[in-house]
Design a protein around this ligand. Structure first.
Ligand SMILES: [Zn+2]
Ligand SMILES: [Zn+2]
Length: 343
């Protein structure tokens, strides 16, 4: 059994700290294989306990939470480092070292059908206390123009979109309402089965491109061909970032097609498109990222936040770069909001 000790004051629901602490729980379980967490404080409010439990259940994290444990040797859990102790012997930290112009290009808003509790202002607050300088929301274009049922069942087609389910105006309104919030708004562009990219008129900002679906009932080889056709369509549409590059295979229970690393890296680098490092229900492939960098391409960080605890949670991204021995070169390898050509 592995355990973590978190020495902190009892978090309140309204405070951003309750989300930071939930982030620590997810991080400890996922990356330090912890199955028991001891807190120095009494059980939090019912709202916080419920919010944590729901989020942990959704990610299928099996962890026992114990309250009011004595922990004289554990450093206080506080931003920006957010340190806690593992197995009574070593401190680990959730915070990452300062990276100039650090940008999280990929957060969702409350308009996403898969949003758990997103809120623009709170997400920006969390990203900022996590060391993120620029925050970019990128709403799914496929979700903005069709119903949840149509979207999740992979029946969306940009050419015969149903205007009765159009949330585009809501996104425009949200952007207007948040005009004074220190953040940016773009889109995560979907590409449909006709290989048409759903570019929403009037929405500017950063363009992420994502392949969330492949046609059903295809052989693995044909799925790979489908993937490459959709990639070409996204690149032709003029995206800045390829979101979670091979996640569609992972989520579909398929092997990662390593033979596509070379052609995908070649195409995106030639198109000046960054490869996203994304840990939302995903694990980036080190060999693919190395190839992109070897070809002179860039990477970008995206939390793909659907829950507030994820906003600014770039610890896995930073650790991944450390593992690749590029953590010291992120100034030049990482895409930042202030160096993208906004044409
Ligand atoms: Zn996505
Ligand atoms: Zn996303």
């Amino acid at each position: 059994m592995n355990y973590a000790e978190i020495n902190a004051d009892c978090p309140k629901y309204e405070s951003l700290e309750s989300f930071l602490m939930l982030r620590a729980i997810h991080y400890a379980v996922e990356f330090h294989k912890v199955n028991e967490i001891r807190f120095s404080f009494a059980e939090p409010s019912v709202e916080v306990a419920e919010m944590w439990r729901e989020s942990l259940n959704r990610k299928k994290r099996e962890v026992k939470l114990i309250y009011q444990a004595a922990m004289p040797n554990v450093v206080k859990f506080a931003a920006p480092d957010c340190r806690f102790m593992i197995n009574g012997v070593r401190h680990v930290q959730l915070g990452i070292p300062e990276i100039p112009d650090l940008t999280d290009f990929h957060l969702h808003t409350s308009l996403a059908y898969c949003s758990e509790n997103m809120d623009v202002k709170k997400a920006v607050g969390l990203a900022h206390i996590s060391g993120v300088k620029h925050v970019n929301f990128a709403e799914h274009s496929g979700q903005l123009y069709c119903s949840a049922d149509t979207y999740w069942n992979n029946r969306f087609r940009w050419q015969n979109r149903q205007t009765d389910e159009d949330l585009t105006a809501n996104y425009h309104e949200l952007i207007k309402a948040e005009a004074l919030t220190d953040c940016m708004f773009g889109t995560e562009l979907d590409v449909d089965a006709d290989n048409v990219v759903s570019v929403i008129p009037g929405l500017n900002g950063f363009r992420l491109g994502a392949i969330h679906f492949l046609e059903n009932n295809l052989s693995f080889e044909d799925k790979k061909r489908d993937f490459m056709c959709r990639l070409d369509a996204l690149l032709d549409s003029g995206i800045d970032i390829l979101a979670h590059p091979f996640r569609v295979f992972l989520k579909g229970g398929m092997p990662i097609p390593e033979d596509l690393f070379e052609p995908v890296a070649e195409k995106i680098v030639r198109a000046g498109v960054a490869a996203e490092i994304n840990f939302h229900s995903n694990h980036p492939q080190p060999e693919f990222v190395k190839l992109v960098l070897k070809k002179g391409g860039r990477i970008s960080f995206g939390t793909d936040s659907h829950h507030l605890y994820e906003a600014g949670y770039l610890t896995p991204h930073y650790e991944f770069c450390k593992m690749l021995d590029i953590a010291g070169k992120l100034d030049s390898l990482l895409l930042h909001a202030n160096i993208v050509d906004m044409e």
